[in-house]
Design a protein. Sequence first.
Length: 468
Amino acid sequence: MVKTLIGPRLRQLRRERKQTQAEMAKQLGVSASYVNLLENNQRSLSVQMLMNIADTYAIDWRDLTQDESTRHIADLRNAVQDPVFNGEKPDLQEIRGAIDHAPRLVDNFLQLYDAHRSALEKLMTLGGAESASELLKSSPEALIHDFFRDHRNHFPDLESAAENAWNGRFTTPENRYAELRDKLKDKHGIQVEVRRIGDMGDALRYYDEAARVVYLSQALNNSNQVFQLAHVLCVVEFGDIITDYTEKSGFDSPQALTRLRVELANYFAAAYLMPYDGFLAEAETTGYDMDRIAAAFGTSFEQVCQRVTTLQREGARGVPFFFMRIDKAGNVTKRFNSTSFHLAEHGGSCPVWNIHTAFYTPGVIMPQFVEMPDGDRYFTISRTVHRPVFSEETQDRRLTLALGCEAGYAHRIRYASRYNFDDPQLYAPIGINCHLCPRQACTQRAHQPLFTELPMDENRRGSTRYES
């Protein structure tokens, strides 16, 4: 007998139907007191009652049992630590109580906070150039990031599609290009042609749907050519899965919808190149040695870093990671997240974090333990990668990748094995960016924080020009 607690969801279902507890009880054939106990999580739910509710209200039973409390707890904890909130912060018990007894209020609060954060970041980026209504609109990048994070960066339907596509007949990384090329030709009538760089313009891959031809640039190495073919395979063979996800996304921006389709097809491509079970086994066996994993699957370091953020299958979870890619100017060009860590969207990341220092040691993995202003601690690694170089003008196009997890998982990662976890000086104090960071006496501060007044004394010179 499988049992679970669904109090907040049952209460929300009843209110959506505009029913009293007595009316719901009558419809379910139980007592009103039993419904009251269920709503207050004072009784667990049997499978029979779960099926009864699902049949009575014509809903999917999985919508009732899907537990989002962990994500909500993390989101609320992050939100209330913002310096905009003065006074004593709610403890974990209060946060859990809010989620259990006022789930819609929690959702509205988090939506409001996300709008505030988005407006603030755009104000910092655009300097007030847009109207107030435009400022409150989330960018496609932010929408995609939040959509993936809401799904814990894991999409079971795409994982299953990828497994069905290769059907356990995976050979070697060297043969994947030929396998995909032949599959596209034999099953879908699509030819693959590698073209000269000059003939491709600025494109690295172009699928001519009318002519049924995929053009790949010579600028792509083998792992990236295979990735692009897997992307096209998803589009032509599993487009219905992509459409299903996009229709449920709630996006109304054509640009955001197109971007979501691209990212979901990329997710499939990574799952095809690095099948879940084998990839998770390799990751755990090697202590998440990214280079070893990349060598085993014939993929790039960046592809591996992004793939480890997706290991959130129920019953077979890996370490939950966040992933960020930045350019030399500090702009965030890619971000994925299966943790509670809040990633900066528009760059300006904390200079104390070694993601910037990594540019001075190209190709070398740089580990670091960091602590956020709210006390949350993480272990991160940073390393540079290169964009495809195919001409004199495209040289030295380095980017830095940052991969991180909560510090409690560090013992499972080989890059952290040489550190003394009990060292009180182990953690570097960082923030999202200077505008939002409330830390005092930071020698790297570049801006006055927006919501905190730093102490000033004309008779004393502090470590920065913003405080004394």
